[in-house]
Design a protein around this ligand. Sequence first.
Ligand code: ADP
Ligand code: MG
Length: 627
Amino acid sequence: MALLQISEPGESPAPHQRRVAIGIDLGTTNSLVATVRNSIAVVLNDEEGHPLLPSIVRYGADGNVAVGYEAQAQQASDPKNTIVSVKRFMGRGLKDVAHAENSPYDFIDGPNGAGMVQMRTRAGVKSPVEVSGEILRVLRLRAEAALFGSDGGELYGAVITVPAYFDDAQRQATKDAAKLAGLNVMRLLNEPTAAAIAYGLDNAAEGIYAVFDLGGGTFDISILRLTKGVFEVLATGGDSALGGDDFDHRLFCWVLEQARVPPLSDGDTRVMLIKARQVKEDLTLHAEARFNAKLSTGQVVDVMVTQRDFWDMTRHLVAKTLAPAKKALRDAGLTPAEVKGVVMVGGATRMLHVQRAVAELFGQAPLNNLDPDKVVALGAAIQANALAGNRSSEEDWLLLDVIPLSLGIETMGGLVEKIIPRNSTIPVAKAQEFTTFKDGQTAMAVHVVQGERELVSDCRSLARFELRDIPPFAAGAARIRVTFQVDADGLLSVSAKEMTSGIEAAVAVKPSYGLADSDITRMLKDSFEHARDDVHVRALREQQVEGERMLEAVNAALSADGDLLSADERSAIDAELASLKGLVSGRDHRAIKSAIEHINHATENFAARRMDRSVKQALAGKNIANV
Ligand code: ADP
Ligand code: MG
């Protein structure tokens, strides 16, 4: 941000009046920490003035744990103990790690193959949670140093961002990492939502926004809908193996060809790739840049690269972002023209040909006046500040987020009864009563599922538990109340209680680790493909039930008290009843609804007269003083 920060006397509250909160972008390639100071969100730099912290952790031979640039420098010489891109392993089992065999790490599967993958390092076996915890710890210390100096002070809490498609296991792992790092997590926030908040879009006009995030190794596209200050994720997509690194690699290959370099050692490859990254970044601002590197063989590589060369050689990579972007729009049932704004996120969106391609796809200039690699952290800081209660009331705003997939339980016939529907704002708690199916049934299995489809087999299984020792009632007599509670971070706990006996069972859903990217994509895709049908089916079913109930009730009233109506009134009601009767078995839920409203209206006077009559009957023969 090209904003000068001027703190006016009296304008900023004294430190003890404010709760100091931070926002953290825990990225695959780079992480950042930001805060709101004097009403402006700022990224906190390290002592050398770097805003970014490379998300790299090295367990050194001396027992030291190095994080960031220092670890990055050792990456080539000590790959096994230097963990990069650990975010890819969060909440994942070994079987979900793509190309584990090509990875330099010594992976170990979690217990029974069910837990999170771990890595054997010289400092012992490390889980992705511990590695991420090291990164977060460095950011916490950085924030404390920047915000409190030597005075000491305590952070009130942190908001940490996660990709919108992260499932429960990945979110839980992120929260655990933060706890390890000594952070009080106020909330996990979806990255695209954070970016939109940084641009103040939550105060903007309602509508559809796209967030285009091209980072170091991943590409994410999210389509958000803003309604009343709440962002709802309509669709996500992307490519988990596409990012700035691929542009470096392409440039590296191109230079090898140009300079006719013989096969390289691992160390030289590393040197050349680092150079390629630098040259790529230079080419964002300069028409040409010099690729100059000295290899261990003594050979000097010296090639001039123009912006034009670079754009030509990486054109196909830019094109690869467009297909998922179009697909996400299709999934959300939208055209590019319906998108009100496009937020650019991720360092790699600085490249001009990426900007141009995005502008062309959406037919508008993207929002890019904030640093694309800082925007997520800035948004997280703004939300953290608000959650800490530092906002004045006139700036009051909504702090809601929504659950991405419905949560429910399995009922008879393998059907899903949704308890918390998708897009419910969180935190949320909902309960529903169920009953036993068989006479004398003393146990009930509760199977918790997540997903949009009506059949259990189309949804994701989250947990199972049993409610035992239910008193042996007749079928249908037990009243079992199942309560779902989703906390502010989208994590779920479920409990079941038999209401007559009070016996209870509960699980905090320890989500089964390791839902593959493809599964998430498929589930979201399915949900969007079927969402419209499903919503329609449900709305129709509800109106049909209501319509039938209405027909029955009015007919019963007519046969009991029909004499209260004049012939005209009676025929008006009969006409409305006939019309509802004709519609109730049809497929137009709106028409049924409006017919129900008509009947309600047509029977208002009738209902009033019936009421009078029944009151009179009730009072008949009674002394008014006894009523
Ligand atoms: P992540 O979200 O994956 O942690 P970032 O958003 O920090 O990643 O993006 C990192 C990528 O952005 C790297 O590939 C880096 O080279 C690239 N990048 C940063 N600055 C520039 C620039 N000026 N021009 C081109 N690419 C850049
Ligand atoms: Mg990022």
